[in-house]
Design a protein around this ligand. Sequence first.
Ligand code: DC
Length: 219
Amino acid sequence: MIIAIDGPAGVGKSTVAKLLAARLGYLYLDTGALYRAVAWKTLQSRIHPTDHAQVATLLPTTSIHMQFHHGAMQVLVDGVDVTGQLRMPEVTASASLVSAISAVREWLLPIQRQIGQGGSVVAEGRDIGTKVFPAAPFKFFLDADADVRVARRHRELVAAGRGGSIETTSRDLSERDQRDRSRAVDPLVLASDARFIDTSALSPDQVVEQMIATVSTGL
Ligand code: DC
């Protein structure tokens, strides 16, 4: 049983996906963490994240594992726990760049699907309903006004001790979104069978309630 949640950065996907997974007793799969893990390895290897050929050569000798303990996720790259480093600004920026590389997307596809086979999962990302789990019985696409998304992301960064100016957050977010929506491979698009939810004026709990209402009709 897969519940797919897609949408742009800052829309509240992670918060809502975690809450929904906890409510239903499902595993929470943050697929962005896998792209961040590839970005981490690229930076460690001193390869530029736009160098498609070089990034592709890294993949066959890289191992990425996700471990789950009581709902908390750990990401291991080549056996090293990098979970705490995945939200660093340089990893965030590079993740968006490596995610446009088709070899990276192809390489991560079976890893995501294998985790999905493990049971009941709430999976969150950009192409979950369109590519990773196209047969998911429930698909949601979240969006929100740009200024709301910027404010949410800025609050998150401040809370994590990484808050720069709101202008920087705004620029980073819009660059990343533009890239995620316009890339040639598996761009962020609304799946034809996804339920669209505008979260601009909704609290995370309100979004989760809407999702539960939809899901409970089909369980
Ligand atoms: O959700 P996030 O911010 O952690 O994702 C980091 C980057 O990874 C994001 O810029 C786009 C990319 N990504 C993707 O292309 N496909 C996914 N399913 C998840 C993330």
